[in-house]
Design a protein around this ligand. Sequence first.
Ligand SMILES: NC(=O)c1ccc[n+]([C@@H]2O[C@H](COP(=O)([O-])OP(=O)(O)OC[C@H]3O[C@@H](n4cnc5c(N)ncnc54)[C@H](OP(=O)(O)O)[C@@H]3O)[C@@H](O)[C@H]2O)c1
Length: 157
Amino acid sequence: MLIGIIAIAKNFAIGKDGKLPWHYSSDLKFFKQTTGGNAVVMGHNTWLSLPKRPLPNRLNIVLSRTAQTESEPNVLIMRDMESVLALKNYLACDLFVIGGAKAYESFQNVMDKWIVTEVPIEIEDADTFMRKDFLDGFQLKETIELDDQLAVRFYEK
Ligand SMILES: NC(=O)c1ccc[n+]([C@@H]2O[C@H](COP(=O)([O-])OP(=O)(O)OC[C@H]3O[C@@H](n4cnc5c(N)ncnc54)[C@H](OP(=O)(O)O)[C@@H]3O)[C@@H](O)[C@H]2O)c1
């Protein structure tokens, strides 16, 4: 499965100054539990934003056309989406698209599921937003509540 996992504000904001514009430990814990033991793919900006790289206990795939970074244990640098999708066919685990906006956009048409944490605020001065129609064609299957009064919704095609 190719699964998008995202936390998104009410105004579709997802990032500011190369970081998440909020801190919810319950969502970080949920993200770690959900993606742990699987593979994740992210854009180069998100890779650079990680406080600790690579994300442990996951295969980290970093998309970049230009980065000079070398692959290292548990980290693969890939140059285009097609290479990631070719690799995915041989993975015995799920592949989570973990952002940011450019990476989500790249995989939008081939995503099987979305896991969406709804952040109950608006971030007016954010600089990274999702398209308002990114869930078009997906159906809501389940909702769970995290601490911090966060709802997580699971969507499938
Ligand atoms: N709220 C959330 O759930 C969430 C999740 C993740 C990230 N974020 C936030 O989102 C922001 C970053 O998002 P962003 O859109 O600026 O950047 P991004 O998607 O993380 O990275 C963009 C870069 O990744 C590479 N890339 C993306 N798609 C590619 C493709 N199809 N083929 C080859 N390379 C590709 C390119 O790197 P090169 O320019 O090197 O070629 C591109 O410039 C940050 O603020 C971050 O904190 C939020």
